[in-house]
Structures are given as C-alpha cells and as structure tokens.
Design a protein around this ligand. Structure first.
Ligand code: SF4
Length: 492
C-alpha cells in the first residue's frame, strides 16, 4: 500500500465484471464529492480503481467472463475470513496496493453493482489489516439498494444513502457516526435510516479531478481522435417516473442556474485542456427553456465545445436539436423503450409515437447521432409490440445517425412497477434465482391470470421474431473478431 498523506481516502471501487459499455470518463460523483470536501479544507484524497479494473488489469476479476463460476460462497468466505481463490485475493491485493494504507477513513462510492462487490472485497481486507479504520459505503448504487441489503453482510461498515459531503465531513470532524445524515443502522433485525443529505443541484460543486490520472480516460474517438470527456451535469435527479426504473430514488430533481453552468464549464474545460464533455444528466433537456438558454450560452461563450448526453423524447423538437447542435452536441441517447403506444404508456415514458419519430428526425437532421434504447419482453408484450419495434428499426435502416440498443425488460426492486404491481397489471411478484453477482430480478404473473410460464412462452415467441434484428443490432455495437472475441466500438 502507498502511504497516506491525508486521512480520508475516497475510492471509486474496481469492478468484478468487465461488462461495461466502452466509454471512458472520470467519475463525476467521486470528483464532485472530492470537490465538496476539499473546498471545506478537509484532508481528503481520491482514487479511481474502476478504469484500471476494466482496461488495465487483464487478469482482473470478471464474473461475466473467466470468473463466471465464482460462487457466492467463496465471495462470502473471503469477506468473512480473507481466504479464497488466488484470483480473488490477487484482485484485492492489487487494488489495495494502489491506495494509501494508513488513511483514517475510507469511503467507497459505488455506481454499479459490480463496483459494490469490488468495494466489499477491498473493505473486508482493509478491516482485517487495520480493524480500527472507519469504512463508509455510498454512491448511487447504495442509495437505491433496499436498506436491508447491507444487513446481509456481517462487516462493520457505515452504509450511507444520499450525498456524501455532509456525512463524511461529520466523520472527519469526529461526530458520532450514529448521527450521520443518510446512515443506515441495522439494529436487532430492524433497519433504520437517518434522513439523507440531498442538497439541490445549485449547491453541487463542479467535479475536481485532482489526483486522478487523467490520461487513463483518454480514448481514441472515431471522429475526434484521442479525447478526454469531462463529466458534468446541469441537473440532479430525474423528473420522469418511468415505471421500470429506480433512478428516481437517487436524488430529487433540481437544476443549476445557467450562469453557474457556463462558469463551471468554462473553468473545467480550461483547467483540463479538453473541450469534450459528457453530460451525466438523466435528461439533459428535462427543463426545455432552461436547456435552450444553456445551449445559447454555450454556443456563445464556449465555441468548440463537443458534448453528448441523455435526452428525453418528449419536447425534443427541431428547435431544440438546432440549439443543441450549435452548442456542440454530437450525440444524444434517448430512453425510447417502445414504439407501441400502450407499452409506452405502461412504461410511463410520457411521449406519443409521433414525438419519437420527430425527436430522432430532429436530431439526425441537425447532424446529431441519436442512440435509442429499446426494450423487449415487456410484461404485456403482444405481436403489435414486435411489429412496432421492427417498423421503428426499419424506418432508420441506412441512416448512420440513428442507432438502437435493445435489452430485455427486467422487473427490479425499487421501481414503481415493483412498488405498485397492481397498477401495472402484475401479480404474485417473487424473487428470481439470478446469479449472486447479477442484478436482482423478480418474476411475476399477470393480473389477468396469465402465469409466469405462459408469459415465458409468449416472450420466447416474440423474442424469436425479433431475433434477426436483435442480432444485427448487437453486431453493430459489439462485433466479434475471427476468433469470436467481442470487439467494442464507440457509440457516441
Ligand atoms: S429511465 Fe431515465 S428518464 Fe426514466 S426515470 Fe429512469 S432516469 Fe429518469
């Protein structure tokens, strides 16, 4: 381990899976947390182990690759005793060697499940080496996880929901850990949560990447060459309430003022010598007039900026596309999910089908690549869903500025569908036996009486009809070389 110069060590944990989209950018949440703490002149340093685990650590853990047979029992055995397969112990040793070993407090900020598993492994070993250290686990993944999740591990960890700036400041001040905002407490089978800290977007500091190896984020973009995309966001939270998504649990929705955005982006791009930005907003155009104002400001004050973002379909007009393109937008991801009106409504997407075509046409008309996410095997899927899916993809065949990414519908905890199954025609929810390292998924019947088995058959038939197109979409994004190795290409 390296020597600590400061006492709070922030860590973006390594992943136990290499199943990630091929996008590299510095961690926004970690760097905003670092900025908030360092502005208070608190002793803090930050480390990102994710990039290393994905791209540099060829022998690293991959529970969707060569470690697919790693059983839950061996993972838990390692947490409890430090004993385990050499690949697991090597993984922990390698990543701990890259962070200071004598910090007083370690805080892991996990965005994905696979990082949460990586954080648990590292935390357990840190506690064996130095039982006196304080270890906090937080980040969006912990915030949306059911509160009971942490109780399932017998490690003395502080699980913290919400923004980490206040609770970690409190820890550094020596406050009683029991009083920390967002702290989860497991008390004789009961789970208690202190109210989390949820500051509005206007109070969020711009990310500060001090101490991170920025070259690790540079990748060879097809159009721009070697580029570092700087993460930044205009808003926190999401004003939409898509029925299948737990994202609404991360933060209440709020927006930064356009003056703050323009000033922070000017400072960030100058400091890091890059005019490429990845907006991390759930929907960059959630507030249409604010978005248009920001685009005008960026076009005027930051010429040469190039950026991509997630955008919502509803309200994405020609006017918006032109303003975005003039401000440097070159790609937008749209959470479309379906082109079949009843399913669009069921999923709570909040747009009409003509708006979907208008949004994709407006983006490509303005020279912006549109990447549309689609879902198949949704609960009430019919042959009409399949036809609408095929018609949508076919409509943009040959348009190099429109791409589709498809994934199977999953019923996950924390979603509106899970919380109110009766509103969505679902019944008898029960947990599925997915792999320990996979996302938690629930099986369901339909309230109209269709059983899980009947649904599976229906879904299999629909999936079969979609198969050639799904294979073609997958091939466009993840083609394979002659030996069958999955290649990746940049989408944006
Ligand atoms: S899917 Fe996207 S737009 Fe919908 S609620 Fe989740 S984060 Fe918001």
């Amino acid at each position: 381990m390296k020597n600590a110069e400061r006492s709070l060590i922030l860590v973006h944990p390594p992943s136990v899976s290499k199943r990630y989209l091929p996008t590299r950018f510095p961690p926004h949440g970690l760097a905003a947390l670092y900025a908030g703490l360092s502005r208070r002149v608190l002793p803090v340093v930050q480390f990102d182990r994710l990039m290393d685990s994905l791209y540099s650590d060829a022998d690293g853990l991959d529970v969707h690759g060569r470690d697919r047979n790693l059983p839950e029992s061996e993972f838990r055995e390692y947490l409890d005793t430090g004993q385990g397969p050499i690949r697991l112990t090597d993984f922990v040793d390698r990543h701990l060697a890259a962070v200071p070993g004598d910090g007083a407090i370690y805080a892991f900020s996990a965005v994905s499940y696979y990082q949460l598993h990586g954080a648990l492994l590292l935390a357990s070993e840190l506690l064996r080496r130095r039982p006196e250290v304080v270890i906090a686990l937080g980040g969006p993944c912990v915030t949306v996880k059911p509160a009971t999740y942490g109780a399932d591990f017998s490690l003395p960890l502080l699980w913290i929901k919400g923004c980490g700036i206040e609770p970690l400041s409190g820890l550094l001040r020596g406050d009683d850990p029991e009083s920390l905002p967002g702290l989860l407490r497991f008390d004789k089978g009961l789970v208690r949560t202190n109210p989390p800290s949820r500051p509005p977007a206007e109070n969020e500091p711009a990310p500060d990447f001090t101490g991170l190896d920025m070259e690790a984020y540079r990748y060879d973009h097809a159009d721009f060459g070697p580029t570092i995309f700087l993460p930044y966001r205009l808003t926190k939270g999401c004003p939409s309430a898509c029925a299948f998504c737990s994202g609404r649990l991360v933060d209440p929705f709020s927006a930064k003022s356009k003056g703050k955005v323009a000033a922070e982006l000017a400072e960030l791009t100058a400091r890091y010598g890059s005019k490429a930005v990845m907006f991390t907003d759930a929907s960059v155009n959630a507030l249409p007039e604010v978005f248009l104002d920001v685009c005008r400001l960026l076009a005027r004050d930051l010429p040469g900026l190039r950026w991509y973002a997630y955008a919502r379909v509803h309200g994405f007009t020609d006017r918006m596309a032109e303003a975005a393109a003039a401000a440097g937008c070159f790609a937008l991801f749209f959470g479309v999910e379906s082109a079949h009106p009843p399913t669009i409504r069921l999923l709570g997407k909040g747009f009409e089908t003509p708006e979907l075509f208008a949004a994709l046409d407006a983006a490509s008309g303005a020279g912006i690549k549109g990447v549309a996410h689609l879902m198949y095997n949704t609960p009430h899927e019919t042959a009409d869903d399949v036809s609408a899916f095929l018609r949508l993809v076919g409509r943009y065949d040959g348009n190099p500025l429109v791409e589709f990414m498809a994934q199977r519908f999953l019923l996950e905890p924390g979603t509106l569908m899970f919380a109110h199954p009766e509103r969505y025609g679902l019944a008898k929810l029960r947990p599925m036996t997915t792999g320990f390292f996979d996302r938690t998924e629930y099986a369901y019947d339909l309230a109209d009486g269709a059983s899980r088995e009947a649904l599976r058959e229906r879904h299999a038939v629909n999936r079969h009809m979609l198969e050639p197109v799904l294979a073609r979409l997958e091939e466009r994004i993840f083609s394979r070389d002659a030996s069958g190795i999955r290649l990746t290409r940049e989408l944006m």
